[in-house]
Design a protein around this ligand. Structure first.
Ligand code: BGC
Length: 334
C-alpha cells in the first residue's frame, strides 16, 4: 500500500496531518499570536516513520503500555502474547497496529476515519480484531480521537494515542514546560516498568502535579501512570508551553494517564524533546484485580474518545484555586 498523509483544517486555522501508516498523528499546526507552531515532534520525511522505534504519533495497541510476563487469562484460558520488551509485552508487540497501513474509510475537511484489522492470534491476542480511528479537528482547536474496536471473541483491548508534544513549537527547546495532573494517586512500577500492584498517594512524592509545576529534564524522568481523579468531561491534565502562551488539555474516560517525558528519544531526536500524554488502562491491568479494566467482547465493542484541546493566550497565574480555574474557563477554557 502507498504511504500517504492527509491534512485536516478547521475554520480557526489549525491544521493536523495524519498518516495511513499506524493512523499516526504527524503534525498539528496552530497559530499562537500570529506565529505558526507545529506542536508534534516527528520526522521530516514520511518514509522515516517506517522504521520508527519511538511510536511517534501512533495509535498504540491492541493494549497500550505493558502486560507483565506477556500473558493474560480469560475464562481460565491463558494467552501468551509476543514478548517484545524483555519477557514483557509493550504497545501490542512488534509490528503491531502502529506499524501497519490502515485503510481510509471516510475523509472530510475536518474528519478522517481509518480502519485496520488483525487476525485471531495476532501477536497472541484472541480476535480477530477490527479497529476504527476517527480524528475530528474542531473549530475550538480541539482534536477528538475516537477509537472503536470490535472482536470476534472476548479479548484484551486498550489502545492509546502516542504523540510527543512540544508546545514551544518543534525546532524550539522543549525545556520549561509546565505540567498539571489532576491525580491524587499513581501506580508505582518495578525496575522493569511493571506495576507493583500498589495504588500510591502522590503526596510528598515527585509525582505530585496537583499544582502546576515546571518540568525539569534533569530531575523529571517521568514514565508513569497516573490515576485520573476527574471525569472525561473535565481536563485531566494540562501541559503549558514554556512561554505560557499555549495550553494543551487532555481528557478521556480511561482510568489512567501515562506521562512520558521522552527520556529514551535518540538519533534524530533529543531526549526530552517531547512529552507524551497517553490516556490508558493502568499498565498490566488485565493481571491486577485491583486495577479497573473491562474486557472487550463480541457483544460489547470497545469505544473510547481521547480529546486534546488547545487553549491560547490564557496568561493564567498558574494558581489552581477554584477562582483561578473558573477565570481560565471564562477566558475560553472549557
Ligand atoms: C512508554 C515508554 C516507552 C515509550 C516508547 C511509552 O508509552 O511508557 O516506556 O519507552 O512509550 O515506546
Amino acid at each position: 500500500m502507498e504511504l500517504r498523509s492527509f491534512v485536516l483544517c478547521n475554520e480557526t486555522g489549525d491544521e493536523v496531518c495524519i498518516s495511513n501508516y499506524g493512523a499516526r498523528l504527524l503534525q498539528w499546526h496552530t497559530d499562537v499570536g500570529h506565529e505558526d507552531r507545529n506542536i508534534i515532534l516527528g520526522y521530516a520525511n514520511l518514509s522515516d516513520y517506517l522504521d520508527d522505534p519511538f511510536y511517534h504519533g501512533a495509535i498504540a495497541g491492541p493494549f497500550a503500555n505493558r502486560i507483565g510476563g506477556a500473558e493474560f487469562t480469560i475464562d481460565g484460558k491463558t494467552y501468551e502474547l509476543q514478548a517484545n520488551e524483555g519477557r514483557h509485552h509493550l504497545h501490542g508487540g512488534k509490528d503491531s497496529i502502529s506499524d501497519m497501513y490502515w485503510d481510509i474509510v471516510a475523509q472530510e475537511e475536518q474528519v478522517l476515519t481509518l480502519k485496520c484489522e488483525v487476525p485471531d492470534g495476532f501477536n497472541g491476542y484472541p480476535g480477530g480484531l477490527h479497529f476504527w480511528v476517527t480524528y475530528h479537528l474542531n473549530n475550538d482547536s480541539s482534536l477528538d480521537v475516537d477509537i472503536k474496536v470490535t472482536t470476534e471473541q472476548a479479548t484484551v483491548i486498550g489502545p492509546t494515542t502516542h504523540p510527543y508534544f512540544n508546545l514551544a513549537g518543534v525546532g524550539n527547546d522543549a525545556e520549561g514546560h509546565v505540567l498539571q495532573i489532576f491525580a491524587d494517586n499513581y501506580t508505582p512500577v518495578d525496575h522493569q516498568n511493571i506495576p507493583t500492584g500498589e495504588i500510591a498517594d502522590v503526596s510528598d512524592t515527585p509525582f505530585d502535579f496537583r499544582q502546576p509545576r515546571q518540568l525539569d529534564s534533569e530531575r523529571e524522568q517521568l514514565d508513569h501512570n497516573f490515576v485520573m481523579a476527574r471525569p472525561a468531561t473535565e481536563s485531566q491534565a494540562i501541559l503549558i508551553s514554556p512561554d505560557k502562551k499555549l495550553q494543551l488539555h487532555v481528557s478521556s474516560a480511561y482510568p489512567g494517564l501515562q506521562v512520558y517525558t521522552g527520556e529514551f528519544l535518540s538519533g534524530k531526536f533529543e531526549p526530552f524533546g517531547g512529552i507524551c500524554l497517553e490516556p490508558q488502562f493502568y499498565p498490566n491491568s488485565p493481571n491486577e484485580e485491583a486495577f479497573p479494566f473491562f474486557y472487550t467482547t463480541p457483544d460489547e465493542p470497545f469505544n473510547m474518545r481521547i480529546s486534546y484541546k488547545l487553549v491560547k493566550n490564557v496568561e493564567q497565574n498558574l494558581d489552581t484555586s477554584e477562582e483561578a480555574e473558573s477565570a481560565g474557563e471564562d477566558a475560553g477554557g472549557e
